[in-house]
Design a binder for this molecule. Structure first.
Ligand SMILES: Cc1ncc(COP(=O)(O)O)c(C=O)c1O
Length: 372
């Protein structure tokens, strides 16, 4: 069997210290990881949450998004990008993707900006970094940019770090991500006012988390200044992160090597297409999507699964998903819809072995021979 993903946390002993401490919920470990993130991405504020999804909901609530406010996202991405907007009461506006890179098409995004546009949320996909600097040059100053970095934990573009050009940079630490704690997320920003609001909204509107209520042996009273919900990370989860972040570059190098071994083999099969690889410095190799003629895509998924090679689809165009297709039926995102029907993601992770790569190649080749 070749699983889709294998994590790197087996035999690690990260939890011991946290279990010996007083804090299982957000406490000193979260603070330690937040400080590591601030330093790594040169941002003034970092906040750990229990998911990318809840990070963005917290930001949209803090920004007081209201009915009719429009938020532009690429049409071909994970559905969470649209769901957070629905949850916060805004209107989703879909921009098509670029045929080659599969990232949001800047020209289509610009066409969709109007007076009601409050936010644009570009997504770094498949490790390729969306060129936020190109977009920033062409949009009104008061449009907020939230960078979805669920797929990229590293990378530089235009000689600047991830997050440099945006108002908020959001990570996911979901089970299959490059840095993971099972479920988790992080927000990085220089916006003090909104980040203070986010901390409170993500903790049921309370002015102080439990860990800050007892400092220097003194009880500090708390109040509730707005409504909120529960989106904070626990110290249990945070204790899995510090070491992964500090040693990230080693893992990235390993993944880069595996990525190119797999790519080199598959590139000899001319029925396959690959998203164009942007030359972002220190880019994160995350996911291995291929494209194949749409009439045989699902058949290939079935075939590989029958050979115990586990694959998935990242992603169907959101405009084609039942709920969004019905609610926002006036979309024109042909590149996104086409890629959503052509793509599938192969197993890809730091533990993928050469014999597994050879087996993936062999089976795809056999399938193509039978189905041509
Ligand atoms: C591009 C993208 N954005 C957002 C998310 C949501 O992340 P989370 O599961 O941490 O909420 C994902 C999750 O896989 C994703 O792939």
């Amino acid at each position: 069997m070749i699983p889709f993903y294998k994590h790197n946390l087996v035999n690690k002993n990260y939890l011991k210290k946290t279990l010996q401490s007083y804090y299982l919920t957000s406490g000193p470990k979260c603070e330690e990881v937040e400080n590591i993130l601030k330093k790594r991405f040169s941002k003034n504020f970092a906040y750990l949450t229990n998911s990318w999804t809840n990070s963005v909901i917290s930001i949209l609530l803090a920004l007081k998004i209201k009915k009719g406010d429009e938020i532009i996202i690429p049409a071909c991405t994970f559905v969470a990008c649209a769901n957070v907007i629905e949850m916060a009461g805004g209107k989703v506006v879909f921009a098509d993707i670029d045929k080659k890179t599969k990232l949001m098409d800047i020209d289509d995004c610009l066409k969709k900006i109007n007076k009601k546009t409050k936010i644009i949320m570009p997504v770094h996909l498949y490790g390729n970094l969306f060129p936020t600097y190109k977009l920033k040059k062409k949009i009104r100053k008061n449009i907020i940019v939230i960078e979805d970095s669920a797929h990229a934990f590293s990378g530089e573009y235009n000689d600047k770090k991830l997050g440099y050009y945006s108002d908020f940079l959001i990570f996911s630490f979901y089970a299959t991500k490059s840095v993971t704690c099972g479920e988790g997320g992080a927000i990085l920003s220089n916006n003090k006012k909104i980040m203070e609001k986010v901390r409170s909204i993500a903790n049921n509107g309370m002015s102080k988390p439990a860990f800050k209520r007892f400092e220097n042996n003194k009880y500090k009273p708390w109040d509730v200044v707005s409504y909120g919900f529960k989106a904070n990370m626990s110290d249990l989860n945070a204790s899995l992160l510090a070491d992964q972040i500090l040693n990230y570059e080693k893992l990235a190098k390993k993944k880069e090597k595996i990525y190119f071994t797999l790519k080199k083999k598959l590139a000899s099969l001319n029925q396959l297409q690959f998203p164009e690889n942007l030359k972002n410095k220190n880019r994160d190799y995350y996911l291995f999507p291929i494209g194949i003629e749409k009439k045989i895509r699902n058949k290939l998924i079935e075939y590989l699964t029958s050979k115990k090679i586990f694959v998935t689809v990242n992603f169907k165009s959101i405009t084609k998903l039942k709920y969004y297709n019905k609610k926002y039926n006036n979309n024109n995102c042909p590149n996104s819809e086409r890629w959503g029907e052509e793509t599938l993601s192969l197993p890809f992770h730091a533990k993928l072995e050469v014999k597994e790569i050879n087996e993936i190649f062999k089976q795809i080749k056999l399938f193509l021979k039978k189905n041509n």
